[in-house]
Design a protein around this ligand. Structure first.
Ligand code: NDP
Ligand code: OXD
Length: 306
């Protein structure tokens, strides 16, 4: 079995060593133009040339959860596209989102600034019932995030495309229930995939529906947010702050206003990192399952776009 490794901005050697150890007997190489046809590919943002040169590929394994970059390309029609299914990312995401919520609600950012001036800046306790959290996207990551936030006694809501049930989480689904979800939300967490339906979803209209003094946490993709609309909502005071981990252009350009906006916290697309060992074990297991003709989790539905 031949496996091509084609991942932009990723050191190939440790991945190839790990995959070779997990799949003894497989011939695993970093792809170069003109390389022979492979059976499977392990990819992150590959060039179109790679896919054009692999017309018979059976499985394409994305080393992240989001497949938006891959779906912009022409894929060989018979190929099964598989994303990382948790692989240790969900717990990182839950930790990151709970931290962002805690920092905002407990005003730790204000306390940190005061502490640098040697000020003992006591803040009044705030009632968590006043900070209902709405999680957009109740998939592998969003459902664990909603459950984690619930442990801190915030009211938690979730919104998905099809109806979901999560104990202790008030679930909304589809376009029809979107505004009701937004109107009941003060802290908005975006964990949607980027698709034609979700692009620009955090915009002037949707932000205006949130409870006053809203807080926006975007840990999904930058193109979910209309940048100018978020800045306008922050400047008007309707939105109190935002924690942004993902951006339309990454790295975030030095001149982008998000860097210096006093109500925005920027992090460098780091809320849930791909864990190499866990991902290698998951991908190797799925390649073996596909070879045996068994179903695997995390197959991307090309029609839905995630
Ligand atoms: P999943 O595919 O498991 O879940 C997606 C969820 O979004 C599902 O609940 C789905 O609804 C919902 N959804 C999709 N389209 C719509 C829509 N039009 N309206 C309402 N709900 C919708 O994805 P993951 O949880 O694994 O990952 C989510 C995203 O997080 C990834 O696509 C990626 O972009 C981002 N990500 C970011 C990382 C970072 O470091 N910042 C790291 C990893 C991922 P339904 O349940 O009905 O299918
Ligand atoms: C992912 C990501 O999609 O890292 O996995 O953003």
């Amino acid at each position: 079995m031949r496996i091509a490794f084609c991942c932009t901005n990723t050191k190939a050697a440790p991945w190839i060593a790990g995959l070779s150890a997990a799949l003894p007997g497989a011939d695993i190489h970093e792809w170069q133009p003109g390389a022979p046809q492979a059976d499977h590919a392990v990819v992150w943002a590959p060039p179109q040339q790679f896919l054009d040169e692999q017309p018979q590929i059976k499985g394409i394994f994305n080393i992240g959860a989001g497949v938006d970059a891959l779906l912009k390309l022409r894929l060989p029609p018979q190929a099964v596209l598989v994303r990382i299914d948790d692989g240790g990312m969900a717990v990182q995401m839950a930790e990151f989102v709970c931290h962002a919520i805690t920092r905002h609600v407990r005003e730790l950012d204000v306390i940190e600034i005061a502490a640098r001036r040697s000020e003992w800046a006591f803040r009044k306790p705030r009632r968590r019932e006043e900070f209902p959290v709405g999680v957009m996207g109740l998939g592998v990551l969003g459902s664990l995030v909603a459950n984690a936030v619930k442990q801190f006694d915030y009211p938690v809501m979730g919104w998905s495309r099809t109806p979901r049930e999560l104990p202790g989480v008030q679930c909304f689904a589809g376009e029809d229930q979107f505004d009701n979800f937004l109107q009941a939300t003060r802290i908005l967490v975006c964990l949607l995939p980027l698709t034609s339906e979700t692009r620009d979803i955090i915009n002037a209209r949707t932000l205006s529906k949130l409870m006053p003094g809203a807080y926006v946490i975007n840990v999904a993709r930058g193109a979910h947010v209309v940048d100018e609309d978020l800045i306008a909502a922050l400047d008007s005071g309707h939105v109190a702050g935002a924690a942004l981990d993902v951006f339309r252009t990454e790295p975030l350009p030095a001149e982008h206003p998000f860097w210096h906006h006093p109500k925005i916290t920027v992090t460098p697309h780091t809320s849930a990192r791909t864990l190499r060992d866990e991902s290698i074990a998951q991908i190797a297991g799925k390649i073996q399952a596909l070879e045996r003709g068994e179903p695997v989790a995390g197959v991307v539905d090309l029609q839905r776009g995630y």
